[in-house]
Write a protein that binds this ligand. Structure first.
Ligand code: FAD
Length: 311
């Protein structure tokens, strides 16, 4: 319940233009500015630098050029061209070829057909270089259409892509089953958006139980699932089920967000598990940043400290 209230509060704040202006002014100014706790930087050079360091430490990574809910096809085209540039830079840099993106960044809420074309442009550029492209899952008004676009691409033979599913949506149990039948790679997450009770579990216990249920389904019947969580209970349930079924550590991976539970990331790596870090960068960092605050209100403390220090 507290989690829901906190999410609602931060999602409301995320719509404040004043706050966005203030955060944008202070959040990324210096190497120690507060937004850098979760976002590696605003430009691709900073992202590649951070990615190299993560890779050198033995962790895997996926790069996310932040952006979502664009309001015009011109913005969607700019985001698509941005990703094409990032693909070139990743190839030239020699870091791992793995990116994550959001369909509303490519114009899904403006014109579905054009967003599909934009996704195809990215997949076509990524495929010859053996990239993996993960389609993040956004809020519930676009769940169905996101899955439809993903499945359309899959049917058209794009196999270098995977999808994310959210355990707070009861529908995800059936979606996981369908993705398993397709052979598509799934990232399971709890879900980061404020959703109404008509479509999403509201109690943490229900979200967690669904997470474990879907994780088991993905481990048993899926294709190299990604278990994306910082919750030790979810991680322990994953390890226990995999051990019970004799599922090797190479058959799945854990994923965590940049800046969160680095200790756990390193511990899992040291124990021989595969761990991928989600590395976000870009100028459009504010909504992503606010979701991270909503997940853990204690994070507000370091933001306030950072603003007071930088003023
Ligand atoms: C790799 C990755 C990709 C993701 N992709 C998506 C996506 O496509 N769509 C989507 O809706 N959501 C996505 N998420 C976010 C996810 O839905 C959750 O909101 C987020 O991971 C927090 O849930 P949790 O599983 O860590 O469990 P929780 O029960 O929320 O947290 C468990 C513990 O993790 C730590 N923790 C969690 N969040 C924070 C934080 N913000 N700051 C500091 N500590 C924290 C705390 O120690 C907390 O006690 C993704 C998460 C990861 C790790």
């Amino acid at each position: 319940m507290i989690a829901q209230t906190s999410k609602a509060f931060f999602h409301a704040l995320a719509r404040s233009r004043t706050l966005k202006r203030l955060a944008s002014r202070y959040g990324m100014r210096h190497p120690g500015s507060f937004a850098r706790r979760f976002i590696v930087g605003e430009d691709v050079d900073e992202a590649l630098g951070a990615a190299r360091a993560i890779q050198a430490s033995g962790l895997m990574l996926t790069l996310d050029q932040l952006g979502e809910s664009v309001a015009s096809m011109a913005e969607a085209d700019a985001a698509t061209r941005g990703y094409l540039g990032v693909i070139d830079r990743i190839v030239a840099s020699g870091i791992e070829r793995n990116i994550s993106l959001k369909l509303t960044q490519l114009g899904l809420s403006v014109d579905r057909a054009t967003s599909v074309d934009n996704l195809r442009r990215i997949l076509d550029a990524a495929s010859p270089h053996q990239f993996f492209v993960r389609v993040d899952m956004e809020d519930s008004p676009v769940t169905q259409v996101t899955l439809e676009v993903f499945e359309t691409m899959w049917q058209q033979g794009y196999r270098n892509a995977g999808i994310a599913l959210q355990s707070y949506l009861p529908r995800s149990v059936a979606d996981a089953r369908r993705m398993n039948a397709l052979g598509a790679r799934v990232r399971i997450v709890k879900g980061a958006y404020k959703e109404p009770k008509e479509v999403a579990h509201q109690d943490k216990a229900d979200v967690d139980a669904a997470f474990v249920e879907i994780t088991k389904r993905l481990l048993a019947d899926g294709n190299y699932p990604a278990i994306a969580t910082h919750d030790p209970a979810m991680i322990d349930a994953t390890k226990a089920f995999a051990a019970e079924r004799g599922i090797a550590k190479e058959k799945y991976e854990f994923q965590m967000l940049y800046g969160i539970r680095r200790d756990l990331q390193n511990q899992l790596k040291a124990d021989g598990y595969r761990v991928r870090v989600y590395v976000p960068f870009g100028r459009e960092w504010f909504p992503y940043f606010m979701r991270r605050l909503g997940e853990r209100p204690a994070n507000v403390g370091f933001v306030i400290k950072g603003i007071l220090r930088d003023r």
